[in-house]
Design a protein around this ligand. Structure first.
Ligand SMILES: NC(=O)c1ccc[n+]([C@@H]2O[C@H](COP(=O)([O-])OP(=O)(O)OC[C@H]3O[C@@H](n4cnc5c(N)ncnc54)[C@H](OP(=O)(O)O)[C@@H]3O)[C@@H](O)[C@H]2O)c1
Length: 279
């Protein structure tokens, strides 16, 4: 039996990853969440895991063969992840969900430092660097989801395009990196199959939603409105990279590693039509 802990199991990549792992024979899936009572995925063992509660870590990682680490977007992520990995079994594989361009200077080199603790953990590691998830268009917890429902795609892009990726494709790569050989010491740069401007995204969303959704280019100040501290720094850094076109280049990594093309935005939206039509 291969025992795998999926942190962030209620999140955008955590759900599809846990489903893929649970479908694999001989894999025991621990679904890590700070609210394990809400983990109701078939074949997934709800497991208490919180970055805020170190006392949950030992039981969650006991005897694991692999761990999927969803980077917590907080200033102390490098220290937290470093401490978690120190307690893992020596041979446990670690797959970190990072992001594109993590080497470039973030707030205090934060993203690069987070990857470094994984590389230096002494465990077999793989880093996933995806671009923007298509799921942000429908996630009610992200500022965009409710706006899109109401017909507005308010986004600060500076006219740049983005190679949006379906979180299900990130999960498909993560599944392989957790269970298969050949991914150790690799950094996988992940995108969808095409680079789209925000007006192009709005057109696709309109078609799928059955009502007009228009892109409104917002100033960076509006994107940062109400944010403070580290969250503001991180958001500013992210949108500056959007404007600079860092999220535009397309990679073929998903197809190379999974043997099938990355999903298009049209496919994602068709699969999400019910959620989009709610408004
Ligand atoms: N979103 C993007 O476009 C994007 C792009 C590149 C990289 N990333 C990176 O990927 C990581 C994950 O980011 P994300 O924004 O996509 O987050 P996410 O995976 O959707 O969720 C992250 C956490 O939110 C909590 N959560 C999930 N579902 C919830 C729900 N229904 N209600 C309340 N809480 C819920 C979960 O923890 P609990 O179960 O413990 O509450 C989960 O670990 C971050 O490091 C981010 O920087 C994101």
């Amino acid at each position: 039996m291969t025992r795998v802990l999926v942190t962030g199991v209620r999140g955008k990549t955590g759900v599809p990853l846990a489903q893929l792992l649970a479908a694999r024979p001989g894999v025991e899936v621990l679904g890590g969440s700070s609210d394990p009572a809400t983990v109701t995925l078939d074949g997934v063992q709800p497991t208490a895991f919180s970055w805020d509660d170190v006392s949950t870590w030992a039981a969650a990682t006991d005897g694991v063969d692999a761990v999927y680490v969803v980077r917590p977007d907080r200033a102390d992520a490098p220290e937290l992840i470093g401490a978690l990995l120190t307690g893992l079994p020596a041979q446990a594989r670690v797959v970190l969900l990072s992001e594109r361009q993590a080497d470039s200077s973030g707030p205090g080199g934060w993203a690069a430092r987070t990857e470094q603790v994984v590389r230096r953990s002494g465990r077999p590691w793989t880093v996933l660097r995806p671009g923007w998830f298509m799921q942000v268009l429908t996630d009610e917890r992200f500022y965009l989801g409710p706006l899109v429902e109401d017909g507005e795609l308010a986004f600060s892009s500076g006219g740049a395009s983005i190679a949006w990726i379906d979180a299900r494709d990130i999960a498909a790569v993560a599944e392989r990196a957790l269970l298969d050989d050949g991914h150790e010491g690799q950094v996988h740069e992940l995108t969808g199959p095409e680079s789209l401007t925000l007006p192009q995204v709005a057109q696709h969303v309109s078609t799928a939603a059955g009502h007009l959704v228009t892109h409104r280019e917002i100033h960076l100040d509006e994107a940062l409105d109400g944010l403070g501290g580290f969250e503001r720094d991180l958001t500013l850094w992210t949108f500056e990279r959007v404007h600079a076109g860092f999220f535009a280049p397309v990679t073929d990594t998903v197809e190379r590693l999974t043997g099938r093309p990355a999903r298009t935005l049209e496919t994602f939206l068709a699969d999400s039509a019910a959620a989009l039509r709610r408004g």
